[in-house]
Design a binder for this molecule. Structure first.
Ligand code: AMP
Length: 231
């Protein structure tokens, strides 16, 4: 059986996973974690949402931090909720790295508060694309020392019209960064981002059309007029 320890994770991260009750890696974690830890190659992962993607990119990202004093890792996500969830998960995985600062920046919340958090320093930033562009224009965040960039739910980000923002963000970050792209589907627009901004990425694909075994499915037969109430 593959364990998190076999995948090459540090004792600090293993303790956090034990505390969380994660007993064994999910399939995407089993493939992505060693690929990201062992090399600085780019990675495209075709995996459904809810199958453990955050730990798949988050654990290697946390292990690779060098505490240079700059923002070293950026995770882009399509929505405020996902952005908050990712940063919360990363904080939980980094429970035994108390020196680590992770800041979440997203629209619909005070930009001033976010700027003051960024001013206190952050090794990891989780962001929605539009708010990040705003912060880049205000020079409140700097990507020039970025070492890892993650695009989570890339297909959703493009569906939501973030293509141009993503282009801007990717073109402003250092070309020698490690990039990872996670997506549930691979439409031509996502493929284009991988071709344009990633260097010969390794690809992993986890049967995108199968049902997510971590979600329980139930159904109830109801009259059509009652369906909203029933939901
Ligand atoms: P994610 O796809 O990252 O949003 O994860 C979906 C859910 O699965 C979250 O509630 C995680 O905490 C949980 N999870 C992720 N990886 C594991 C694992 N290896 N073992 C148990 N639960 C996990």
């Amino acid at each position: 059986m593959t364990t998190f320890k076999n995948l090459g994770l540090d004792p600090e991260l293993l303790s956090a996973l034990e505390k969380l009750g994660f007993e064994k890696p999910t399939p995407v974690q089993e493939k992505a974690i060693p690929a990201l830890l062992e090399t600085d190659n780019d990675l495209v992962a075709l995996a459904q949402t809810g199958t453990g993607n955050t730990a798949a990119f988050g654990l290697p990202l946390l292990q690779k931090l060098e505490f240079t004093g700059f923002t070293e890792a950026l995770v882009l996500a399509p929505t405020r909720e996902l952005c908050m969830q990712i940063t919360r998960d990363l904080e939980t995985f980094a429970a035994f790295k108390p020196e680590l600062k992770i800041v979440a920046v997203y629209g619909g919340a005070s930009i001033r508060d976010q700027i003051s958090l960024l001013n206190r320093g952050s090794q990891v930033v989780g962001a929605t694309p539009g708010r990040l562009i705003d912060l880049l224009e205000r020079k409140a965040v700097h990507l020039d020392q970025l070492r890892v960039l993650v695009l989570d739910e890339a297909d959703e980000m493009l569906n939501m019209g973030f293509q141009e923002d993503i282009d801007t963000i990717l073109s402003k970050s250092p070309s020698d960064r490690q990039s990872c792209l996670f997506s549930a589907t691979m439409p031509p627009e996502v493929r284009r981002i991988a071709q344009r901004y990633m260097r010969n990425p390794a690809e992993i694909s986890l049967a995108a059309n199968t049902i997510n075994e971590y979600i329980e499915h139930h159904y109830y037969v109801v009259k059509e007029k009652n369906r909203y109430e029933a939901v």
